[in-house]
Design a protein around this ligand. Sequence first.
Ligand SMILES: *[C@@H]1O[C@H](CO)[C@@H](O)[C@H](O)[C@H]1NC(C)=O
Ligand SMILES: *[C@@H]1O[C@H](CO)[C@@H](O)[C@H](O)[C@H]1NC(C)=O
Length: 588
Amino acid sequence: MHISKLAVIVPAFLLSIVNAHPLAPYRTFESLNAVPQGWEEISNKNVDPSTPIKLRIHLAQQNVPEFERTLIDVSTPGHVSYGNHLNQDQIDAILRPHQDTTTIVKSWLESQGFSNDLTFKNDWIVVSTTIGKAESLLQAKYKAFQNKQTGDKVVRTLSYSIPRDLHSSVALIQPTTLFGAVSAMKNTISRVEDPSILKPSGLRLKGGIDAACQSSITPDCLSDVYKYKGFKPASLGASSNKLGVNGFLEQYAQNDDLSKFLKKYIPDAKNATFTCQPVNNGLCTQHPSEDFTEANLDIQYTVSATIPHPNIYFSTAGRPPVQDLDPNTNEPYLEWLEHVLALSDAELPQTITTSYGDNEHTVPQSYAVKVCNMLAQLGLRGVSVLFSSGDSGPGDNCVNKAGKKAFVPTFPATCPFVTSVGGTVGVEPEKAVSFSSGGFSNYFARPDYQNAAVSNYLSTASDAKTFKDYFNATGRAFPDISAQGSRFHVYVGGFDQLVSGTSASSPAFAAVISLLNGDRIAKGKKPLGFLNPWLYGVATEKKGLMDITQGTSRGCSGTITGAGWKATTGWDPVTGLGTPDFSVLQNL
Ligand SMILES: *[C@@H]1O[C@H](CO)[C@@H](O)[C@H](O)[C@H]1NC(C)=O
Ligand SMILES: *[C@@H]1O[C@H](CO)[C@@H](O)[C@H](O)[C@H]1NC(C)=O
């Protein structure tokens, strides 16, 4: 499959060739060699060729390497540009597709009879057409598929082609090969209906931490373990330092559950709240008796740690319909990213946490590259973007796209321009939790900022040798850091329950980052922005991260016996660089 990362200057002679031969030979642009795991074709259902479809053609951007370089420079402490984040107009001006790129794609579409059906956006073109016409434009065959678990239905094709001469001008075309790309990292959410057995014990561990934090987590445990207890964030007014929480898949954060949670765990703050921002017709509904575990977990742990800073819950719609076969099922990450990138600097949160993801190989690479590029744009705007690493250790069923045994990385956690958060459990000592996902990307190469830490791991850790056949040692390694992920008290449907998952770790770490951002802003400094060059650099050197060296992840059951990564000294693929020490990080 082809990925066009770099814009190509299309020579004039090529344009004339395309004009002269509008049907230059087609080449496969992207294909899947099987229906993605978890989906099956609905064999008795033909897709009506007259069904309307809106194809989005994303054009290749210019200057991507320069853009990525700029992001690293503004995010590296000590660099002359550190903290000089750009606004969206400046970013768009860098990345805007070359005029020739737009021209060559437009003339192809016009030559195929689509002159009147085109809408031009920043770096993409929407073609409003029918399934039948899309099939001939893309030499594709759209079919109906169903998700075996959720019953969601989609209309997709397993491959599509475009003229060879256009391959370097097009970044991706959807909806085509993208099935699901989003699931909540709540695979291991475990509910304990009666948490009364876990009341704070009053006993203190050596470090002064409540002994009850060994078996279940409250906001107090986190502020003790990560050393921000007693820190009073400056009140900066409604717009200055905001924390964003991403919600997909009809997960709605509940006010009622939040106030019950605060009443019990942060009695001083019972009227603290969040605002909900609908994206792509998402809803902000309140159903106090329903179980919105993921949304409530995320918002309860971000709000409780960051009072009085505003928290925004982004509620993005875009899940495939269960009933009808509408090919235009929205794709939530792109919809959400377009929404946030369009926010003004004053509206944009400085820290955003997301507890959703999927197996990297089930996401088409062109799509992963596009989403990662947009996440990087957030970093260049000055936003710290955090994602849960996933809840399946080295992988769940551990079979890759080619059907071979392999560890399975999680996307977007593998995007080199986000901070990926693994999970820990226990406080004295704090150890890796067995479900914490980590490993190595097959789509993204290892970025320079983690070269030293990861090469050290690869040359010294015994696991790197034991499992060498199952992972790609040249890939971007994840997670970057970690935080508690096991047995969090969360109010869900009106009751205190216990929830586990790296779903909990990302909001826990994001809250610490948001406190640091608020502190910096109160002192007249720039927000931290993209964190990784700082985390792998000065934050590690100055011991702002507590290295986790015990515990092992587990996964690949039934496929690779004994699969799992051990936490080690330094970076490892289960806890990354370690967990945050706010008291040290605040001084850096
Ligand atoms: C909570 O309510 C009190 C009194 O009504 C008010 O002074 C305070 O600002 C409120 N706090 C928040 C976080 O809304
Ligand atoms: C391994 O990762 C690199 C990126 O570092 C990628 O180019 C390559 O295709 C990957 N190999 C496999 C087998 O996926």
